[in-house]
Design a protein. Structure first.
Length: 277
């Protein structure tokens, strides 16, 4: 699935030879740099779970990856998290400067929504289902979810003694777009409300667990920011590991309404507590 998504992005992103070439080079630098493609893979997984094919949801899956990349570029900026490296490479603003990094993020958000809209041209996909996906993703990106989580992240020092605050940030910044990714595949596959709710609950739990394991990996590699609270720094290493296991088990239980068809979802939940990168 990752290869399919990578190839689609490679083919659909504007060429570096097209003007504005600097912006297009920056876009390709950040998108085609070996990410896990978790979110678009989840979109395809949820569609296939409901009997749909990956071809029917591929534009939306790719669009979600562009939106995710927009969030990473802006998150890395000096005015936000001020990170120098992302996925083992220099962050966008370190290579192209802050102004181009901001514009690249803006462009990827617009392109991502356009990719999703282009899904209306796929045979068998209804315009209404695509509009529902866009409506849902806009809600997950908005001030009550991902953008609001970034604001909370910036203001963490005012609430650093409040353990629920860090949980809220993780749910907004990480789980929200994962939930939207799962729901996108379901909405394009005519899922019912019970199925959409199960996928959303699964997404909340694996998103939360995924972010905690990111913190644990950073601890092992000594990459953590000592000034910034994380789940392990507030609750302790043992409790963080236990919470990951609890979330992954809960995620699997939500998917049991699908029975054996959800095998890939169970395997992902089993993988997360043991991931090392």
């Amino acid at each position: 699935k990752k290869k399919i998504i990578d190839q689609y992005l490679e083919n659909k992103l504007p060429s570096e030879k097209e003007n504005p070439s600097l912006l297009h080079r920056s876009i390709r630098y950040s998108v085609l740099n070996g990410g896990k493609r978790l979110r678009p893979i989840l979109t395809i997984m949820s569609a296939e779970l409901l009997g749909n094919s990956y071809e029917k949801v591929l534009p939306t899956a790719a669009g979600i990856e562009l939106i995710h990349t927009f969030s990473l570029i802006h998150d890395d900026l000096p005015c936000m998290d001020n990170d120098d490296y992302r996925r083992g490479k220099l962050t966008n603003h370190k290579v192209f400067g802050e102004a181009i990094a901001v514009l690249t993020g803006d462009a990827l958000l617009v392109m991502g929504l356009d990719f999703i809209y282009q899904n209306v041209k796929v045979e068998g996909v209804t315009r209404d289902s695509v509009f529902l996906v866009i409506e849902n993703i806009l809600a997950m990106l908005g001030t009550k979810q991902m953008l609001g989580g970034q604001v909370d992240d910036i203001n963490w020092h005012k609430e650093k003694e409040n353990p629920d605050y860090i949980k809220n940030i993780y749910l907004k910044k990480t789980s929200a777009l994962i939930c939207a990714s799962l729901q996108a595949g379901a909405l394009l596959s005519h899922a019912n409300q019970k199925q959409i709710l199960a996928l959303n609950n699964y997404g909340e739990n694996i998103g939360f667990a995924f972010q905690i394991t990111d913190d644990l990996i950073d601890l092992q590699q000594d990459k953590k920011d000592d000034d910034k609270p994380t789940y392990p720094s507030i609750f302790g290493l043992k409790e963080a590991q236990e919470e990951v296991r609890r979330c992954c088990q809960q995620a699997k239980e939500y998917m049991m309404i699908f029975g054996d068809k959800a095998q890939l979802f169970y395997e992902l939940a089993d993988f997360i507590p043991n991931r090392e990168k």
